[in-house]
Structure formats: structure tokens, C-alpha cells
Design a protein around this ligand. Structure first.
Ligand SMILES: [Fe+2]
Length: 294
């Protein structure tokens, strides 16, 4: 697909998965690249209070469960007393790693998303969940996007990984491989674990912004924690409506970056051949000979 054309077709809400409800967000205010101004005036005192309570609850859980890189950077989000101004975060982020945070009205199409990442611009939904969604929300909101994703963008290696992912995504669109690549995002950026000398820690945004999954992912006996292997990961299905049954564990951000740096064209081919022969791997399955972490 021609990218310029795709990005200038005008904007419309998009849905992923099989939800009945259309996604929230006022797409009429989005530009052709799906970014918009952060509508700061929309936030009520109740919103700031919800944000404050979400932030406090997650911060208190981080020690011993979140990776040090995340804990070291999370305060770069600024004073937790109110929903941050994205421009303030961008100013700090730009100096640290050359990234910026940009506002979007909600979920955006894959190609627009990849194009923003490739340009070191991280899209953050600007609306906040309702108080009744305090414990669980279906779509990403400002808390998930900021608290979950932005701290690690202050880490130079992870910042490069995210840009490479965006560039890889634009290529995957041309190779009709977005579904395989989406699994890499899911099992690293959203639900990744990292092995450290102090034990397993979380670095994925879906885990770090979740009230219950942070402890579950690191300490529960229920899920399988499998050593990262790119092709194995790309064969693995995932669940979107419950805690993950499988997590993939990386050794370091350096190793993750190295493992995902080569051209994926032969990787997609190999994964497709393997799926054609042996099928996909169910979430929660462990294959013979695989290294797992308890
Ligand atoms: Fe996310």
C-alpha cells in the first residue's frame, strides 16, 4: 500500500479485535496523520483525581516487580498531581532520546501508528477512563499510554527498538506480515518480562499499567514464562481479554534489539512455513526442550 496515500485518506475510527462497541474518541479533530492537540480543557477535577489514584496505585507496586530502567524513568512523567501536559514530557524526552509524545484521539490504523514510531513520535490517547473503569479498560487510555509506555522511551536502547519496530511495521505492511509482527509488539512492548540478577521483572506497558497483572506476571505459578525466541514467539497466539498465559523473557534490551535488528523477510517466510507444518502455538503451551522461568 502506498503510505502517503494511506495517510491522507482522511481519518476514521478503527477497530481491532472483535468488540461490538465502536472505539471512543473524537476523530473529527485529528490531522491526516491521526495526531491532534491534547484537549487539556476536557479534563475535569474528577479525571485528575482518577489519574492521581491510578498513578499512586501502580507506583506502590513497582518495587521488586518492574525493571530498574522503568523505575528510574517513571518520574520523568512529572508531578503526579494531575494529568501531564504532553508537551512538557516531550521536552524532556526529546533531550533524552530524541522521542516526542504526540496526542491521538484513540486507536489509530496500523500504518499511521508505524509511521509515527518510525519518526520517533509516540502516540498517546488523550482521554482518560471513567471512574467505573478504574480496574479494567478495554482500549488504551491516557494512563495506559503514558504510564505504561513512555518511561522506557527514556532508555536509549529501548527507544531505538521502538523506532526500529515502526520501520519494520511499515515494511511488514507491504509483506502482508502485520499479524506476525503484532505478536512481537504484544509479547515485548506490551507484555514483556526481563531476567535480571535480582529476578524476573516486567517491562511491558500492558503489565506495568495493570493493577493485577504486574504481580501475576512476575510471581504467579499459573502462566508460562518462556525464554525469548523470535520465531517461536511469532507462532504464538495471544489473549486480549484475560491475563496472559505465556510471557516471553528477554535477557536484556541489547539482546532484544540485536535479535530483532535483521531483515524480517526470511523470518516471516520461516515462520509461515513452520505454521503451515506444525500449526500455531496456543498461549500457555510449552514446547519440548524449551527453557522456562519459574
Ligand atoms: Fe499499549
Amino acid at each position: 500500500m502506498n503510505l502517503d496515500k494511506a495517510l491522507n485518506q482522511g481519518v476514521a475510527p478503527v477497530t481491532y479485535g472483535t468488540g461490538e462497541r465502536p472505539p471512543r474518541g473524537d476523530y473529527a479533530r485529528a490531522r491526516a496523520d491521526y495526531t491532534c492537540e491534547q484537549d487539556y480543557a476536557q479534563y475535569t477535577e474528577a479525571d485528575h483525581d482518577t489519574y492521581r489514584r491510578l498513578y499512586a496505585r501502580q507506583m506502590q507496586q513497582l518495587p521488586g516487580l518492574a525493571c530498574d530502567e522503568f523505575i528510574d524513568a517513571v518520574r520523568q512523567l512529572g508531578e503526579p498531581g494531575h494529568i501531564p501536559h504532553f508537551d512538557d514530557i516531550s521536552e524532556r524526552l526529546l533531550k533524552a532520546t530524541g522521542w516526542q509524545v504526540v496526542s491521538v484521539p484513540g486507536l489509530i490504523p496500523e500504518e499511521a501508528f508505524f509511521a509515527l514510531l518510525a519518526a520517533r513520535r509516540f502516540p498517546v490517547t488523550d482521554w482518560l477512563r471513567k471512574p467505573e473503569e478504574f480496574d479494567y479498560i478495554v482500549e488504551p487510555d491516557v494512563f495506559h499510554d503514558l504510564f505504561g509506555h513512555v518511561p522506557l522511551l527514556f532508555n536509549p536502547i529501548f527507544a531505538d527498538y521502538m523506532q526500529a519496530y515502526g520501520a519494520g511495521g511499515l515494511k511488514a505492511s507491504r509483506l502482508d506480515a502485520c499479524e506476525l509482527l503484532a505478536r512481537l509488539y504484544w509479547y515485548t512492548v506490551e507484555f514483556g518480562l526481563i531476567a535480571t540478577p535480582a529476578g524476573l521483572r516486567a517491562y511491558g506497558a500492558g503489565i506495568l499499567s495493570s493493577a493485577g497483572e504486574l504481580r501475576h506476571s512476575v510471581t504467579s505459578a499459573a502462566p508460562k514464562r518462556i525464554a525469548f525466541d523470535l520465531q517461536r514467539l511469532m507462532r504464538t497466539k495471544y489473549k486480549i481479554d484475560s491475563y496472559q498465559a505465556s510471557y516471553f523473557v528477554i535477557e536484556s534490551f541489547d539482546r532484544l534489539f540485536e535479535a530483532t535488528a535483521p531483515d524480517f523477510t526470511p523470518v516471516y517466510r520461516a515462520v509461515r512455513e513452520r505454521i503451515a507444518g506444525d500449526g500455531e502455538v496456543e498461549a500457555g503451551a510449552v514446547l519440548s526442550g524449551e527453557r522456562t522461568f519459574s
